[in-house]
Design a protein around this ligand. Structure first.
Ligand SMILES: *Cc1c(COP(=O)(O)O)cnc(C)c1O
Length: 405
């Protein structure tokens, strides 16, 4: 048997210590189940932070990656490749956008979106129109550009100066209006704040942002890195409010675990970044493109976006029932589709709960300062959602009965 402790020791000695990783090593997955090297089974309701759209080892995704790897992995953007062209056609066709740019992560998709918004105006000799309105409690990624728009001090601390962005409270239309000006290139918004704690936008908020942007000639940029690709029961979360942004950033769930990001935009923005002005070596490579194509095909064939809505409603009901059983431990539940938060009472130690869940064989992540996040694969079984909520119930019961926590 593999010596798990020895492996963990390698990580502790050699990995850059910017993460707090659990002391076990995962080696195999199937659907919403994972196993560590000692053979312990975990129910995976985080899906790699809303990434493994099709669960682990989905045969269609595995076959697509294997076949493509045997054919062509990378050629650079000096040349076209078939999977990339097919993916571009499919994504634009299904979304109604006319253009797509491919990159490798969420932060890169945001970076490109910001550069696109700025250059759109500066290319039209409007060099003073660069400011971005973003929101408090948002998360947009870790590069300096994406960090500049991220509205949480814990991510920004020590990395400044981060200029050119004004943060206003999420949901506050009047505050947005007050901060608009002729120098604003765009408003960047998450339709649901993911890392911030699964905070849904108040009714009408996105529509108001669309209206304000239009009135002032600015762009509306949506960060759908976490909410996109069917996670909330529509392909884009913005669809719930009938809003069409000028620019949409995708990543996390798009490749089903294979790294890929994408930026979709309208034809009006197609001339902003001419050849040479932006690019990435790996972006749009055949292997990543083929993986994303497989995800979109399976999403369609297995009707997973509708499934996300149905199973998400079921998860919401299970969590509401759980909250009723633990009024002292659960302060609130909220979410949409298969993206849910269980906000714990301030008296409960979130990390302890996550730790005990892992011990019990349930993998969840944290969102915001005091919430547990459920972001399972869209292929998750209703019975697995039930099992997960039951396991969390047992953990909370133990915490209540021990009385210390
Ligand atoms: C995860 C995330 C990002 C950053 O994506 P990376 O792939 O980690 O760079 C950006 N925006 C949102 C909303 C996210 O959830």
């Amino acid at each position: 048997m593999t010596d798990q402790a020895a492996l963990v020791d390698l990580g502790q000695r050699h990995l850059y210590p910017n993460y707090q990783q659990s002391p076990f090593v995962l080696c195999r997955g199937q659907g919403s189940q994972l196993w560590d090297v000692q053979g312990k089974r975990y129910l995976d309701l985080c899906a790699g932070i809303a990434v493994n759209t099709l669960g682990h080892a989905h045969p269609r995704l595995v076959a697509a990656i294997c076949e493509q790897a045997a054919k062509l992995i990378h050629v650079s953007n000096y040349f076209y490749n078939e999977p990339n062209l097919e993916l571009a056609a499919r994504l634009t066709e299904m979304s109604g956008y006319s253009r797509v740019f491919f990159c490798n992560s969420g932060t890169e998709a945001i970076e490109m979106s910001l550069k696109l918004a700025r250059k759109h105006f500066t290319a039209k000799t409007n060099p003073d129109r660069y400011r971005i309105i973003a929101f408090s409690n948002s998360f947009h990624g870790r590069t300096l550009g994406a960090l500049a728009v991220t509205g949480q001090e814990k991510y920004r601390d020590g990395f400044g100066p981060l200029a050119g962005v004004t943060h206003v409270p999420y949901g506050d239309v009047e505050a947005v209006r007050a901060q608009m000006g002729a120098d604003v290139a765009g408003i960047l918004v998450e339709p649901i704040q993911g890392e911030g704690g699964i905070i849904t936008a108040p009714e009408g908020f996105l529509r108001s942002l669309r209206r304000i942007a239009d009135e002032q000639g600015a762009l509306l940029l949506a960060d759908e890195v976490q909410t996109g690709v069917g996670r909330t029961g529509r392909f884009f979360a913005c669809e719930h409010s009938g809003v069409v942004p000028d620019i949409v950033a995708l990543a996390k769930g798009l490749g089903g675990g294979f790294p890929i990001g994408a930026v979709l935009c309208t034809e009006a923005l197609a001339l902003a970044l001419p050849p040479g002005s932006h690019g990435t070596t790996f972006g749009g490579n055949p292997l990543a493109s083929r993986a994303a194509l497989a995800v979109l095909q399976v999403l369609d064939e297995e009707k997973l976006v509708a499934a996300s809505q149905i199973k998400g409603a079921w998860l919401g009901q299970l969590l509401t029932e759980l909250a009723a059983r633990f009024p002292g431990q659960i302060a609130a539940t909220r979410g949409l589709g298969l993206l849910w938060a269980v906000e714990l009472d301030p008296s409960v130690d979130v990390n302890l709960v996550l730790q005990q869940c892992k011990n019990a064989g349930l993998l969840l992540t944290r969102a915001g300062s005091h919430a547990l996040r459920f972001s399972p694969a869209l292929t998750v079984l209703p019975s697995e959602l039930e099992e997960g909520v039951q396991l969390l119930g047992k953990v909370l019961e133990a915490i209540v009965s021990c009385g210390i926590c």
